[in-house]
Ligand binder design. Structure first.
Ligand code: S3P
Length: 448
């Protein structure tokens, strides 16, 4: 949902043991990129397992507006007929990216070095989020951007007519910013270099190589130095999108805190830039078996057997792990509430500029559910109440944020009293089958 529709309250109640198989949908990050890289290749890219969440559908629509032909053939089965690097046409109307920061930031990068103008907007959540982190480096290519105060949407981006290549050290650990610069670098002559101190999700680099770009990643004292040679001809690909480890986190964490649960979650990515939550859960004492390790859609994956874990302990999450689990802190803070002792999450200020201020949203909601929380600008500390210990009995505000909605619904499956969320509709942005999948495992969820 883009926040234009009706709010959909939802209520979770203490659930019996969860059991069965949780087959989560395709990865959101990879789905956006498959559509965008497909649009930049000449010829037909075939995609299977595409996430059909609203965020990705908005990106598909945007690629059409820039001149690519995007066709749905069946569930998750899509083709993109691309226009080639530098081949984007000027869209006839405003590009509405809905709730998606990834969509808008990657698309801005993609059109930034083509001499066209596009105006971007989004829902009330996206219009609050900072775009300067992308338009600042894009200005080095010669791109201009005119937005609202604080670099907010709606924003008009004027692509550079004679782009120059760029060398840019990321000031924040952000795969969106890294990807926007690399996408812009595709249509700049010569070598564009992006340097990241801490590695963030590397799907763009993997996909650029897959589509035939010349890209080199070097580990140096400065960090990862990524060098991309501009103006390649990208070759269309067949992309099999693996399942989303960030979506898998919800059934996994639900099984860990709902007494008696035993579930299987197949094909969860073990990509080191995405698996921080799973390392953390194991350190807390979670009972997770990583079965049948293999490769799927170019990503290392495993099947996870997850059992109720009544003896989890709070831990200090290493701050350097944050980029590999940045979207998972909301659900981790729920698990932390059911562990013994405190869980300390430092180095997490990026959470304040996600779909909502996630430190604030989790802190207020957990407090309403009877959990003691401490926070500062860059830190969230949750004082665990042990298995079954969370009182619950509250309605939590989701602030147009899918992950906040799913986190509190999972909490309600194990808390003493019901937990409601004021609006579950944002879940459709990333995990449209959440309700059916969770109730299929035995969770008690109902619409309010
Ligand atoms: C994403 C990068 C992350 C993440 C988002 C998806 C991506 O954002 O939070 O959900 O696909 O590149 P940042 O780059 O802002 O950290």
């Amino acid at each position: 949902m883009s926040g234009h529709g009706q709010a959909q309250p939802m209520i979770a109640s203490k659930s019996g043991p969860l059991s069965g198989t949780a087959s989560v949908p395709g990865d959101k990050s990879i789905s956006h990129r498959a559509l965008i890289f497909g649009a930049m290749a000449v010829g037909e890219t075939r995609i299977s397992g595409l996430l059909e969440g609203q965020d990705v559908l908005d990106t598909a629509k945007a690629m059409q507006a820039f001149g690519a032909t995007v066709t749905r053939h069946g569930l998750g089965d899509w083709t993109v007929n691309g226009v080639g690097v530098g081949g984007f046409q000027e869209p006839a109307d405003v590009i509405d990216c809905g709730n998606s920061g990834t969509g808008v930031r990657l698309i801005m990068g993609t059109m930034a070095t083509t001499p066209i103008t596009a105006t971007f907007t989004g829902d009330a959540s996206l219009r609050k989020r900072p775009m300067g982190r992308v338009t600042d480096p894009l200005s080095l290519f010669g791109t201009r951007a005119y937005g609202r105060k604080g670099g907010r949407l709606p924003m008009t981006v004027v692509g550079a007519a004679a782009p120059v290549p760029v060398r840019y050290a990321l000031p924040v650990a952000s795969a969106q910013v890294k990807s926007a610069v690399l996408l812009a670098g595709l249509n700049a002559p010569g070598e564009t270099v992006v340097i990241e101190k801490e590695p963030t999700r590397d799907h763009s680099e993997r996909m650029l190589l897959g589509f035939g770009a010349t890209l080199n990643v070097e580990k140096t004292a400065e960090g990862h130095v990524i060098t991309l040679l501009g103006r390649p001809e990208l070759r269309p690909q067949t992309v099999a999108v693996p399942r989303d480890p960030s979506s898998a986190a919800f059934p996994v964490c639900a099984a860990l805190i709902v007494e008696g649960s035993d579930i299987l979650v197949p094909g969860v990515s073990q990509n080191l830039t995405r698996n921080g939550l799973y390392l953390t859960l194991v350190e807390m004492g979670a009972d997770i078996a990583f079965l049948n390790p293999r490769e799927e859609g170019g990503e290392p994956v495993a099947d996870l057997r997850v059992r109720f874990s009544g003896n989890m302990k709070g831990i200090e999450v290493p701050p350097e792990r944050a980029p590999s689990m940045i979207d998972e802190y909301p659900i981790l803070s729920v698990v932390a509430s059911f562990a013994v002792g405190k869980t300390v999450m430092r180095g997490v200020k990026e959470l304040r500029v996600k779909e909502s201020d996630r430190i604030d949203a989790m802190a207020r909601g957990l407090e309403a559910c009877g959990v003691r929380v401490e926070e500062d600008e860059d830190t969230l500390i949750v004082h665990g109440m042990g298995a079954g210990g969370m009182p619950g009995g509250a309605t939590c505000a989701t602030h147009l944020d899918h992950r906040i909605a799913m986190s509190f619904l999972v909490a309600g499956m194990a808390a003493k009293a019901d937990i409601a969320v004021d609006d579950a509709s944002p879940i459709l942005t990333s995990f449209p089958i959440f309700e059916g999948l969770m109730t299929g495992l035995g969770a008690s969820l109902r619409r309010g």
